[in-house]
Design a protein around this ligand. Structure first.
Ligand code: GLP
Length: 240
């Protein structure tokens, strides 16, 4: 694992955005794995700037990690809506190349199989961006998720529902299920960059980097991946 400790959120965002833009410059038809949440917002703002100065997304293919079950694309808290607002509408990525699990699919299990098949068909993910939950989840793979899991329907942990309630009018509105790319699907990515900021992530970062590799700490699986960079601000790195 390559661990980069930076001063603050802005430096974290810059470090990660530079990696994404280098990836696209080296391979214009890169397949990117994308994350949501507050951690990558700064990265997406910078990618919009880099695009204005010439970074071309026209051949880029993207796959998002997850989507809430039951939220349609036009629901303001759906991850499709988030991606449109924060990245897709700001750069020249083609909509037919930007994939997010469909949380309102009639058969969500079939949707999971379709999603893994799409990733395989695209040749796998070149660079996967990850945030981390305070309970060390990656994507929506909560503690206890088997490392062999592929894209699947998952039930959200109580702590995740509490953490994500800040985006909804009340905790009751947070969906209790999501479709998430599995741990195995994430581990198949050629390169992985995990970003975290703030003291609330310090425990999870410590456990992911130095703790035992166990499904109880989903991010600890990254210790087994050959190309992982963890970019953390000083607060998130405070227990390392
Ligand atoms: C959500 C997402 C994760 C994300 C995590 C952290 O639950 N499913 O992909 O990494 O929250 O979010 P934040 O970056 O807002 O702390």
């Amino acid at each position: 694992m390559n661990i980069v400790v930076v001063n603050n959120y802005d430096s974290m965002s810059e470090e990660v955005a530079k990696m994404v833009s280098a990836q696209i410059k080296c391979k214009p038809n890169s397949v990117l794995g994308l994350a949501t949440g507050s951690s990558p917002l700064g990265v997406y703002r910078l990618l919009e700037e880099y695009h204005r100065s010439g970074v071309d997304f026209s051949q880029v293919v993207t796959f998002n990690l997850d989507e809430y079950v039951g939220l349609a694309a036009d629901h303001p808290q759906s991850y499709r809506y988030y991606m449109e607002e924060n990245l897709f509408s700001k750069v020249n990525v083609k909509r037919e190349n930007s994939h997010i699990p469909n949380g309102t699919a009639k058969d969500v299990h079939e949707e999971c199989r379709r999603y893994d098949e799409l990733i395989r068909h695209a040749g796998g993910i070149d660079l996967q961006l990850l945030g981390i939950g305070t309970n060390a989840h990656i994507g929506f793979n909560e503690p206890g998720t088997p490392f062999g899991s592929t894209t699947q329907v998952v039930s959200l942990a109580e702590s995740t529902i509490r953490d994500n309630a800040r985006f909804f009018a009340s905790p009751d509105e947070v969906p209790t299920q999501a479709i998430s790319m599995g741990i195995k699907s994430i581990m198949h990515a050629k390169n992985i960059v995990l970003m975290a900021n703030g003291g609330s992530k310090a425990e999870a970062i410590y456990a992911a980097v130095h703790g035992p590799v166990t499904p109880e700490v989903p991010a600890s699986v990254l210790q087994l991946h050959p190309s992982v960079t963890i970019v953390v601000d000083q607060a998130a790195a405070s227990k390392l």
